[in-house]
Ligand binder design. Structure first.
Ligand code: HEC
Length: 174
């Protein structure tokens, strides 16, 4: 015990000095969770991006990993939405994703959602290029203005849509 007690004190002091961990929610996505997404429910997006927030292209597609919630309802925890621009081989596609991670993650932006940029290998394996809130310096390049913007700088304003701007494509007019 005489040796263990000081060791515990050193460990406790070491831990106390560290930043508190980010809030952990029930759904932390990994590369394998995105695999096979081109086989999920797919919705073509209009060629032109709303507000020029993302590149415009005739090959823009929105994918979701499960049945979307009824209109106006929040997305289930764990929901993955992916937006692609599918030009050239898969390794050249632009692939953005959002995962409803929950746990109050991203409290100053798209609350409960984590952002991802993905990279498809030629063999269709999915690599995570980066993940997080984007508030730590990972910025989105807006090709129309040349500005560098955090994902949250736009998506934080989509609260009443549960932060999924293009969710209207899930509910085609009857
Ligand atoms: C300049 C504003 C802006 C920025 C910055 C931005 N987005 Fe978006 N995002 C949009 C808009 C508007 C849409 C709606 C679809 C469209 O018009 O392309 C969208 C759509 C999406 C979608 C499909 C789901 C949805 O909301 O419709 C994903 C996924 C996405 N963005 C991820 C990201 C990620 C990841 C980043 C940061 C790397 C990012 N966005 C940065 C404006 C923005």
């Amino acid at each position: 015990m005489r040796l263990v007690a000081p060791l515990l004190i050193v460990l406790a002091v070491g831990c106390a000095a560290e930043e508190p961990p980010p809030p952990v929610g029930p759904r932390i996505a990994f590369g394998r969770d995105f695999e096979g997404f081109t086989g999920w429910r797919a919705y073509p997006l209009p060629d032109e991006s709303l507000t020029d927030g993302h590149l415009s292209s005739p090959s823009r597609t929105l994918y979701i990993d499960r049945e979307p919630p009824p209109e106006g309802q929040p997305f289930e925890l764990g929901t993955i939405v992916i937006k692609t621009i599918e030009e050239g081989p898969p390794s050249e596609w632009v692939v953005h994703a959002m995962v409803k991670r929950g746990g109050g993650y991203n409290p100053d932006g798209a609350v409960d959602w984590e952002f991802f940029d993905l990279h498809l290998e030629d063999d269709e394996q999915v690599a995570i290029a980066w993940r997080g809130t984007g508030d730590d310096g990972v910025l989105y390049f807006d090709p129309t203005t040349g500005d560098r913007l955090a994902c949250n700088s736009c998506h934080a304003f989509g609260g009443e849509l549960d932060y999924v701007f293009s969710r209207a494509v899930f509910y085609p007019a009857e």
